[in-house]
Design a protein around this ligand. Structure first.
Ligand code: G3H
Length: 483
């Protein structure tokens, strides 16, 4: 559908010198989809699916994969421009923006490969109690896909690609920050897939997404972002029980550094886990528990290393700290740091929390305790709260009481201790990392969470399963057909 709504200016978090000092740079303009156009896009997706009888859901999977391969070919032609837009729009470093683009392409190729396993599962026959059944993987219908600004391409594609391959039709809303990075790919979608198979929306959720959800015509909500927004969207569907939701949501992942840890490994991995892309990752380590015996030494090493990280613009060589795209984030971070300071913690590293415009230098805050906002709130930014503890019951209590359960990282060189910690945490989160940071990848691994962290499972093969159902074609076996 065309976009004829109000035109929005897209401002970069990167400031450039102007006559009146530093100013955010205008990187482009983009029209919103109007509410009418959004409903037209929805109808196009409904018509293209046509109750499972449309061209796309009935097309042979091999042909759907050919369309996907054409798309990847066209997408690769836009690599340089998309990477440039990711740097300007969300302040992602050249290395991380390049990784995001290449990882997205790799993800599509992995998903195409993984389809072969799903196909083997599908074409199997099962015989039981005199009945023979062929198992078929069948699509679910119209999928509404939305993702956050931190991986504007990658996150949406981890739902959109498997959903498409399985024969669903898609509506996707581009994120507020990172919208321009999608723009060069729109033509590729148009040239690769039949009409109505993929439609793109942009604008305010309350204007263009609420009416879509309220129509009851969406079969699957694929959403990556906050649980608050996800729950609101689910409630808008008139028959919530008919809506399948595949969600990846809140997380405040803890690291647990015991007295037996290799502190250099723990420090390096905590920095990677807490500060990659300025801590703006659902999988980031957002609370570091350190056992009392090594806490001071850990904090000293951590502070020194954090203060040595190179700040700069996304395209600067070896840059580690870049501007933040969300305009209100610096003020929010300042507020949670001040709250911790008022309750007895300190920013212990040089330059910690220094703010200029959209730029915040990472702060190591110590000692944090459970009365502080930093203990509870998902900061999604460059602040590392360090919590000293005496016995493992303390981080365990944190994880038991938390509303989320995505990942934990345990740092210890004592194999017995590690073994004793794996079991309780495996039952509280969806991934336990040993002596390494928290992260989603490798992307072929299942990606999910407990409590408010997720619904359903993403990643290549699991996502193909999530966006389809196992349908059966069953028949009675008589003596002549038994074999
Ligand atoms: O923000 C959530 C992303 O899925 C995290 O991915 O661990 O590869 O940074 P990542």
């Amino acid at each position: 559908v065309p976009w004829n709504g109000a035109v929005q200016e897209v401002w970069s978090p990167v400031s450039i010198p102007g006559q009146d000092g530093l100013k955010r740079k205008l990187v482009g303009t983009i029209p919103h989809t109007t509410p009418t156009e959004s409903m037209e896009a929805l109808q196009a997706a409904v018509d293209a699916y046509n109750n499972g009888l449309g061209e796309w859901p009935t097309m042979k999977v091999e042909d759907r994969i050919k369309c996907m391969q054409k798309f990847v070919g066209l997408m690769i032609n836009e690599r340089d421009l998309v990477i440039k837009l990711l740097m300007w729009e969300i302040g992602k470093s050249l290395a991380d923006a390049t990784k995001e683009f290449d990882r997205t392409v790799e993800y599509i190729n992995f998903t195409i490969d993984a389809y072969k396993d799903i196909d083997r599962e599908s074409s199997r026959f099962q015989v039981a109690e005199g009945t023979i059944a062929q198992i078929r993987r069948a699509p679910l219908g119209v999928v509404l896909s939305m993702g956050p600004f931190n991986y504007p391409l990658n996150e949406i594609f981890t739902t959109l690609i498997p959903a498409l391959i399985m024969g669903n039709t898609i509506l996707f809303k581009m994120p507020k920050h990172g919208v321009l990075a999608h723009y060069p790919l729109l033509k590729a979608f148009k040239e690769s897939f039949p009409k109505g198979t993929v439609s793109t929306l942009y604008g305010k959720g309350s204007e263009i997404i609420t009416p879509i959800m309220e129509s009851g015509k969406v079969n699957v909500l694929a959403f990556i972002g906050s649980s608050k927004v996800a729950n609101g969207l689910k409630k808008q569907h008139p028959k919530v029980n008919r809506l399948r939701a595949i969600l990846s949501l809140d997380a405040k992942n803890a690291a647990i550094v015991t007295n037996n840890a290799d502190l250099d490994v723990a420090v390096n991995e905590s920095i990677l886990g807490s500060l990659s892309f300025n801590g703006q990752r659902c999988t980031a380590l957002k609370l570091i528990f350190v056992q009392r015996g090594v806490a001071d030494e850990f904090v000293k090493k951590l502070s020194e290393k954090v203060s040595a990280l190179k700040p700069g613009l996304p395209w600067d060589k070896d840059v580690k700290i870049t501007p933040l795209p969300e305009a209100d984030k610096p003020e929010y971070l300042k507020g949670i740091i001040e709250d911790a300071e008022a309750k007895g913690a300190k920013v212990v590293n040089e330059y910690g929390g220094y703010t200029e415009g959209s730029f915040v230098f990472p702060a190591v805050v110590y000692p944090v305790n459970d009365t502080m906002r930093l203990y509870e709130e998902e900061q999604f930014g460059p602040v590392i709260p360090v919590v000293p503890f005496d016995t493992i019951d303390e981080p365990l209590k944190y994880q038991i009481e938390a509303n989320h359960g995505m990942q934990v990282s345990i740092f210890s060189n004592d194999a017995k201790e590690v073994a004793s910690l794996i079991d309780p945490f495996v039952n509280l989160v969806s991934r336990v990392n040993i002596n390494t940071q928290a992260q989603r990848g490798p992307d072929v691994f299942p990606f999910t969470g407990r409590k408010d962290s997720a619904e359903g499972t993403l990643s290549v093969a699991d996502a193909l399963r999530s966006f389809s159902i196992r349908s059966l074609v069953a028949a009675k076996v008589n003596d002549t057909t038994k074999d």
